[in-house]
Design a protein around this ligand. Structure first.
Ligand code: BES
Ligand code: ZN
Length: 592
């Protein structure tokens, strides 16, 4: 027996599902997906197959000809869930599992109409990465076990279903409308995605459209109007786009991430709708995953840096190509702050600061941080600088070609590196980057005049020197963010009032700036922002924003009180992942 993923019961010696056919009724009343999943095997097979499942209620398991397949559900393990063990009769080419999901399925968030922009219809979205696909279907839930899929999803009128797949028509059904989908390219199960809501679409280009609630779709169309240029830029760097269409969906604000690279349908938080296109880096990032992540995937979450490190690097290559070196350097500086914060949160000696992780017994959601992103991307830059951009770009194209539609380990990457660019891994200290904690001595440095100016101004603040009003007025949003990030975490109230008067921070539509500001001001017990903090924390579920805001509120007795009150009022509207993150933050307050 060969288990290769600490987060899955998948066994390489057993028959492998190659295609999945889904039929789901989306029941908003009971908050369940009800239906069946048909797993089609590589070849007619027999014997034991171990699937992952979590919270699923299994009604029956049958072969194509209607024979019952013996099955057993194992104990409910906190991280893994329940093993669903099938005993395939001789020559079984497919099995159909009838089941329904639990209302607590971690991959799903069921929203009341009040949590949507339109306030009139409920909404459902999924988020399967890293190991939540098993809460919506029984499957070999490891990225190594790629599958193609098709689906028929029935939703109540007048709602629309979208998936991480191509649409294949729709038809009326007894309980509403059935939408059909097909995903012909093999994907890791974590890229399976569904959203259902009152949706409208706008065309952005020949292969892109944006989906959102009718109330937000025009703002979204404006924000992402330039996506085709971005795709073309990415293609010129990484080779042809392999997924036919690149559509995007803007979700309600409780979506716990900034973006999710569901193939053919990137999911986005509405907090990227800044109104001035200043947060399109999230789209560059999710788009880049179409190569680094969706084409070449991490074999398990222990190799997550292969996904996020390469994607963060690719995102910045795209942005630099489109907007220039200065913009790129500031993006690296913003990333450096995130990296430092994550390393500080875990501690520099923590094994979670390694790129290659050991996650036996560890929930990937608990291991999540900026380290695979930012340390990973810096390792890629070290390689790029060592061999030169031209050779490295060729290496990347070869890499993506060699491993397309596969899921690989850090060790497989190193082997490929050694074969293609002999000697390089030693020169860049690859062993240290991958297997040791903290940051290696050859971490790349990113500088520009602009960055130096901004950090110098922020540092001068402590000595009582303020930038001139003229300087402040000229800053682009990204420059304001870098400046704020380099200010002390707590400021006196006169300074805060001055910053607010100069930069009008509390009313910003750019959430990166807004939350950075509210973190400083809230952490300084500055009452004028309390109302805005309450507004943000009640509306937005993106973990990247919730965590620092709650941490800031923990610094003073009065703001702790405020934080607890807000959390009690808002927790029902948070995604269960967000709830977990906040509860662990609040738990730390008790002890201080
Ligand atoms: N794939 C991630 C989101 C994710 C990671 C979900 C792990 C669940 C588990 C996505 O590509 C991502 O990194 N999103 C970032 C965007 C940012 C880096 C531009 C986010 O959500 O903030
Ligand atoms: Zn990513």
């Amino acid at each position: 027996m060969a288990r290769i993923d600490p987060h899955s019961y998948f066994d390489t010696d057993q028959p492998r599902a190659k295609h999945v056919r889904l039929r789901w009724q989306v029941d908003f009343r009971t908050q369940q997906l009800i239906g069946d999943a048909t797993l089609m095997f590589e070849r007619p097979s027999s014997g034991q197959v171990d699937l992952d499942s979590k919270g699923l209620t299994i009604a029956s398991v049958q072969t194509r000809t209607g024979h019952n397949v013996p099955y057993a559900l194992g104990d409910d393990e906190p991280i893994l869930g329940q093993r669903l063990q099938l005993q395939l009769p001789a020559d079984t080419s497919e099995v159909t599992i009838a089941y329904h999901t639990s209302p607590e399925a971690l991959a799903l968030q069921w929203l009341d109409p009040a949590q949507t922009a339109g306030k009139r219809h409920p909404f459902l979205f999924s988020q399967c990465q890293a190991i939540h696909a098993r809460t919506i279907l029984p499957i070999q839930d490891t990225p190594r076990a790629r599958v193609t899929y098709d689906a028929e999803v029935t939703v109540p009128e007048p709602l629309t279903a979208v998936m991480s797949a191509g649409p294949c028509g729709q038809r009326p059904a007894a309980t509403g409308r059935t939408f059909a989908f097909a995903m012909p390219q093999p994907i890791p199960p974590y890229l399976l995605a569904l959203a259902v809501g009152h949706l409208a679409a706008r065309e952005l280009g020949a292969r892109s459209r944006i989906w959102a609630e009718p109330e937000t779709v025009d703002a979204a169309a404006y924000e992402f109007a330039d996506v085709e240029a971005m795709i073309e830029r990415a293609e010129s760097l990484f080779g042809p786009y392999e997924w036919e269409r690149y559509d995007m969906l803007v979700l309600p604000p409780s979506f716990p991430y900034g973006g999710m690279e569901n193939p053919r349908m990137t999911f986005l938080t509405p907090t990227v709708l800044a109104g001035d296109r200043s947060l399109v880096d999230v789209v560059a990032h999710e788009l880049a995953h179409s190569w680094t992540g969706n084409l070449v995937t991490n074999a398990t979450m222990e190799h997550f840096w292969l996904n996020e490190g390469f994607t963060t690097w690719a995102e910045r290559r795209i942005l630099t190509a489109l907007h220039g070196e200065d913009v790129g350097v500031l993006a690296w500086a913003i990333g450096q702050q995130a990296l430092d914060a994550s390393v500080a949160r875990f501690g520099v000696d923590s094994s979670l600061t390694r790129l290659r992780l050991q996650l036996q017994g560890i929930d990937p959601d608990d291991a999540f941080s900026s380290i695979p992103y930012e340390k990973g991307a810096r390792f890629v830059v070290v390689l790029e600088r060592m061999v030169g951009r031209e050779r490295f770009d060729q290496f990347m194209r070869d890499y993506m070609h060699r491993f397309r539609f596969q899921s690989i380990t850090s060790e497989e990457f190193l082997q490929f590196l050694d074969a293609q660019l002999p000697g390089t891994s030693g020169q860049v200290l690859a062993q240290q980057w991958l297997y040791e904690t903290g940051m290696p001595p050859n971490a790349p440095v990113f500088t520009s005049e602009k960055l130096e100016e901004l950090t110098a101004l922020a540092q001068a603040w402590t000595a009582g020197k303020r930038p001139t009003a003229a300087q402040l007025q000229r800053w682009e949003p990204q420059e304001v963010l870098v400046f704020l990030q380099h200010l002390p975490r707590q400021l006196d109230h006169a300074s805060l009032a001055w910053l607010e008067a100069q930069l009008r921070l509390t009313d910003r539509g750019n959430y990166e700036i807004l939350v950075e500001w509210l973190t400083i001001a809230g952490g300084s017990d500055y009452e004028p922002v309390f109302g805005r903090i309450r507004e943000v924390l009640t509306r937005v579920g993106r973990m990247k924003f919730l965590r620092p805001l709650f941490v800031a509120l923990g610094k003073h007795a009065r703001t702790q009180q405020l934080g607890r009150e807000i959390y009690d009022a808002a927790k029902e509207t948070y995604h269960s992942l967000s709830r977990r993150v906040i509860e662990s933050t609040l738990a730390q307050w008790e002890t201080t």
